[in-house]
Ligand binder design. Structure first.
Ligand code: C5P
Length: 317
C-alpha cells in the first residue's frame, strides 16, 4: 500500500500450541531433537513493515499491546526476533534493513506460544513483500528456520508435525475445528531455562515420564474427535515448567474443574491451554476459570488457522 509517507505491508500471524511435544536428548549444538505436533490458534499478532523515511519514519521496532498483553519485556532494539528476521532477509537480498517494524501484540510474551517467532515470521513475509523480493515460500521457510526453531511453523500455520529443532514440517490432516481456552500467566518463562530444567530433571533417578508415540495423536486429529485428542495431549516440557513454576499445577487442575476435556502446558509455558467440547463449552470454561484467580487473563481461541498472511500491501510475488 502507498501511505502518505511511504509504502508498507501488513501481515497477520498466529500463535502456536503444541498438542504433543516429545523432547529428545540435548544435542551438541545446544538444541534438543523434537517430535511435535503444532497447531496454529486464532490469537494473532499484526506486523507492519514500512520503508524508512529520513526525518519521518525511523528504522527500528515499535510494539503496541492489544487484548491486555504485557509488552514490557519485548525488546525494541536489534535483539527483537522480528528485527533479526528483517536483517537475515536483508543479508540474503544484499540490501540495508532500512525499515520500521510495527508489532501489534496479542500473543502472550514469553508464554510458550511462539509470539516472538510469530513476529519474526510476519516481519519476514512483510519485508519480502515490501522489497518485492523474488523469493518462494521454500526460500522464506529456510530463512525462517535459521532465525528460530518455531518461525517456520508460524509461516506454515494449520496443524503440522515438526521434527529436528521443530523447524522441519509436514502438514497434518486435522478435521474440524478444535476449541481452546488459553490461560495466560502473569509472568513469562525463558525457553532455554525450561529446556535446561528438563535436562536437570532427567538426570535424576526419578526422571519425569516421557510422552507416548505421536501416531495416536495424528489419528485423533484426522478423526476430528476432541474427546480422543483430549486423552492424548502431552508435553515433555510440562514437568520442567511445573518444576520452575509449581503454581501451574493449580492452573491445570482449575481448567479441568471448570469443565475442559483436558489441559496441557503450551510449549515451554507458562501458558496453559484447555481443549473444550465446542465453542459454547469453551466460553463457559473460560468464564469459570477466570473466576478461579489462577492466571492473569483467559482467552477463547480455535484452531487450526492459517499461517502468516498479508492483509494489506503486497505479498511476495
Ligand atoms: O530456536 P530458538 O531460538 O527459539 O530456541 C531458543 C532456545 O530454546 C535454544 O537456545 C535452546 O536452548 C532451546 N531449544 C532447544 N531445543 C529446541 C528448540 C529450542 O533446546 N528444539
Amino acid at each position: 500500500m502507498l501511505s502518505a509517507v511511504g509504502p508498507s505491508v501488513t501481515v497477520r500471524v498466529p500463535a502456536k500450541i503444541n498438542l504433543h511435544l516429545a523432547v529428545g536428548e540435548l544435542r551438541a549444538d545446544g538444541y534438543h531433537d523434537l517430535v511435535t505436533v503444532f497447531q496454529a490458534l486464532s490469537i494473532v499478532d499484526e506486523i507492519s513493515v514500512s520503508a524508512a523515511v529520513p526525518g519521518a519514519i525511523e528504522p527500528g521496532v515499535a510494539v503496541t499491546p492489544t487484548d491486555g498483553v504485557d509488552v514490557d519485556d519485548v525488546p525494541t532494539d536489534t535483539s527483537n526476533l522480528a528485527w533479526r528476521a528483517v536483517e537475515a532477509l536483508a543479508r540474503r537480498a544484499d540490501r540495508d534493513p532500512d525499515v520500521r517494524v510495527r508489532i501489534r501484540k496479542a500473543i502472550p510474551v514469553a508464554g510458550g506460544m511462539a509470539g516472538g517467532s510469530a513476529d519474526a515470521a510476519g516481519a519476514l513475509l512483510a519485508a519480502a513483500g515490501l522489497w518485492r523480493l523474488d523469493l518462494g515460500r521454500d526460500d522464506l521457510m529456510e530463512i525462517a528456520a535459521d532465525v528460530g526453531s518455531d518461525v517456520a511453523f508460524a509461516l506454515h500455520g494449520g496443524t503440522a508435525l515438526g521434527t529436528g529443532r521443530g523447524e522441519r514440517l509436514v502438514p497434518v490432516l486435522s478435521r474440524h475445528t478444535f476449541h481452546w481456552v488459553v490461560a495466560v500467566a502473569d509472568h513469562g518463562l525463558s525457553t532455554p531455562t525450561v529446556f535446561g530444567e528438563l535436562d536437570r530433571l532427567r538426570a535424576r533417578p526419578e526422571a519425569p515420564r516421557r510422552v507416548g508415540d505421536v501416531e495416536p495423536v495424528l489419528e485423533a486429529l484426522a478423526s476430528g474427535e476432541a474427546h480422543s485428542l483430549a486423552l492424548l495431549l502431552g508435553n515433555d516440557l510440562q514437568a520442567a515448567a511445573v518444576s520452575l513454576d509449581p503454581g501451574l499445577r493449580r492452573t491445570l487442575r482449575a481448567g479441568v474443574d471448570a469443565g475442559a476435556l483436558a489441559g496441557v502446558v503450551s510449549g515451554s509455558g507458562p501458558t496453559c491451554v484447555f481443549l473444550c467440547d465446542g465453542h459454547d463449552a469453551a466460553v463457559r470454561v473460560a468464564a469459570e476459570l477466570a473466576g478461579f484467580g489462577v492466571c492473569r487473563t483467559v482467552r477463547v481461541a480455535h484452531g487450526p488457522v492459517p499461517g502468516a498472511r498479508v492483509v494489506e500491501g503486497d505479498g511476495p510475488p
